[in-house]
Design a protein around this ligand. Structure first.
Ligand SMILES: [Fe+2]
Length: 179
């Protein structure tokens, strides 16, 4: 379940409170229960997945994609699988650790692991949202944010796209104040 750390040190864990703090940014956070069953557990727990296994795992949650397609016109989805033994992982992650925005929404459904999304509020304060398995997040286009991983750099997440071309970082040169 998600947790939101505020600049100043306090941490918010109540889902309704987190939603209220994220609402002015347009960020949506939902908890989508993970698929049941031993195969789902096995695929989610594996460090690496073959292309076939990635397709299999995507298939287990594709009812979510179909809903997003019908409701909002999403056109594509893929699965990212990050772990500590990926060559150049640090360099790949560094691209998203600086504050940026995208021209498309950044939409993720976390199936395993943990990551941290940072946000800049209208007053300039920053917040750091911890997301883990079961969390679905939509960071709207043009919302300043960043993404980092911590001690155990493992995550599996479905990425949903309206326009894959729109999903490149545009850096804003705002400095990250929350680590
Ligand atoms: Fe991003």
């Amino acid at each position: 379940m998600a947790e939101l750390r505020l600049q100043g040190g306090s941490t918010v864990t109540a889902p309704q409170e987190i939603a209220k703090l994220l609402a002015p940014l347009g960020v949506q956070l939902r908890y989508w229960p993970l698929p049941d069953g031993p195969r789902s557990t096995e695929l989610r727990a594996a460090k690496t997945l073959s292309a076939n296994e990635q397709d299999e795992l995507l298939g287990l949650v594709d009812h979510r994609f179909r809903s997003l397609q019908d409701e909002f016109g999403y056109e594509a989805r893929d699965l990212i699988v990050l772990h500590e033994d990926i060559p150049n992982l640090a360099a790949a992650l560094a691209k998203f650790a600086d504050i940026h925005y995208h021209e498309d929404d950044e939409v993720r459904y976390v199936l395993d692991g943990t990551g941290y999304f940072g946000f800049v509020t209208a007053t300039g304060d920053q917040m750091l949202l911890k997301v883990s398995a079961g969390d679905y997040i939509n960071v709207p286009a043009r919302t300043e944010h960043w993404f980092v991983m911590r001690d155990a750099p493992r995550i599996k997440a479905v990425r949903y796209f309206i326009d894959k071309e729109g999903w490149v970082p545009v850096y804003t040169n705002t400095a990250v104040a929350l680590a």
